[in-house]
Each structure stands twice: as C-alpha cells, then as structure tokens.
Design a binder for this molecule. Structure first.
Ligand SMILES: [Fe+2]
Ligand SMILES: [Fe+2]
Length: 222
C-alpha cells in the first residue's frame, strides 16, 4: 500500500493509540495532545513542506508524521517519541510499499522531541517547526481561573490568542507571529518555558537553510 494521510486517519490501530494518549494526558492535566493538536501539526508540517518546494510525496509524509508524532504518549511521556515511532513501524513496515518512506516518517517522529539527534532530513525539520510552534489558547484543557493562575504552561498557552506561521521563500525566513494577551502572562513567562522549543525551531530552520524568527505582538524578538 501507498501510505496516505487519509488512510492513516481511518486506521483503527492509529485511532486507538491517539485516543489512549488523549485519555492518558488528560488524566495528567497536560495541554491538548489529541486530534486538535495533531490536525494542526499535520497541516502545518505539510504546509511548510509545500512552501519549501518539497515533492507531493514528501508533503504527504510530513502530514503523516505530524498526525502520528505524539501517539506514543500513552506508553510513557518521557520516551513518547520512541514509542510512537515503534508503533508506526509495527503497523506499516510490512504493509507499506516503500520502506524508505516508513524510515523517514519514523525518524521524523523520533526527532520531534529529541534535540540531541542531528537533523538529516527535511521532513524531520518540517515536523519540528510545526510541533514546537503550536501554542494557543485552544490548547488549554482546564480553563479554570485557578488553573490558569497556577500552571505556567496553561497560562502561557491561554494567553496566546493568535498564532500564524509563514514561510518566505524569497527571504529564506520562517516566522512565527503570536498575539499574546499580557493580561494573563508576560513575555518573560513565554520565554521561560518556550526558549528550548524556539531554539529547536531555529536548529530545524538552519538545517533547511532558513532563519527562524519569532514575533510577539508585532515585535520581533528573534
Ligand atoms: Fe511530542
Ligand atoms: Fe506534539
């Protein structure tokens, strides 16, 4: 079979891993890692791949990696990238008609949360930027005032009311523009938890021979 996002979204095994992950991470009060996050990361990975000029198959592989990248969380948070890659491989290594595609997808999945691995493939770089840029109010599951006040991850996500990622092929820049409601959090709070993610986006962009820029409330910060 040729792997397509449409088929993978219908696959009962993948749907089961995703729903178990959603249930598990909700029990730990994490931000959304369910279908909302996966749709955004899948669409954004594909969009970056398309705007970089990657082939149609590479765009599809980026979309598939985006859809499946977090599905291993129900087996353990700290190694979830490896679990997701292993599950994907078990499902498709014998079914897929192109083993190289499976290899590239599982490498992207493993690398999305593993910044000590070198990036050697553009699909990996697309997924990293798509995943690490998903910060938004709609990602917060527990929107109670008490939780927003006490949980810095939820507070920062809650404060982001707009999120736009653009690729400028001419200037070789990838820009994440956020609108941050400073009633809820400060730009310092944002950096205190997202600096690692922004650095990883920068590393991925450099691999693509682009620069990564961050704008918050129309001010360029990186
Ligand atoms: Fe992840
Ligand atoms: Fe993710």
């Amino acid at each position: 079979m040729q792997l397509t996002l449409q088929e993978i979204k219908k696959d009962p095994r993948i749907n089961s891993f995703i729903s178990q992950t959603d249930k598990y991470l909700r029990s730990l009060s994490y931000t959304d890692h369910g279908k909302r996050h996966l749709d955004i990361v899948s669409d954004r990975s594909k969009k970056i791949a398309r705007e970089l000029g990657l082939s149609k198959r590479e765009q599809e592989m980026a979309a598939i990696a985006g859809w499946c990248h977090d599905m291993g969380n129900f087996l353990g948070r700290t190694q979830h990238h490896y679990w997701a890659a292993m599950l994907f491989s078990q499902c498709f290594i014998n079914e897929a008609d192109n083993s190289d595609e499976v290899s590239k997808i599982i490498q992207a999945i493993v690398s999305h949360d593993k910044d000590d691995l070198s990036i050697v493939d553009k699909i990996t770089a697309c997924l990293i930027i798509a995943d690490k840029s998903d910060v938004h109010r709609s990602r917060v599951i527990n929107k109670s005032v008490k939780n927003i006040q006490n949980d810095i991850h939820d507070r920062v996500n809650y404060a982001v009311t707009d999120n736009n990622l653009t690729v400028n092929k001419k200037n070789k820049t990838i820009t994440l523009a956020l609108k941050l409601d400073t009633k809820f959090t400060s730009i310092m709070d944002y950096f205190s938890i997202f600096v690692g993610r922004m650095n990883y986006c920068q590393t991925a962009a450099i691999f693509l021979k682009y620069e990564f820029h961050l704008k918050i409330n129309n001010t360029k910060l990186a």
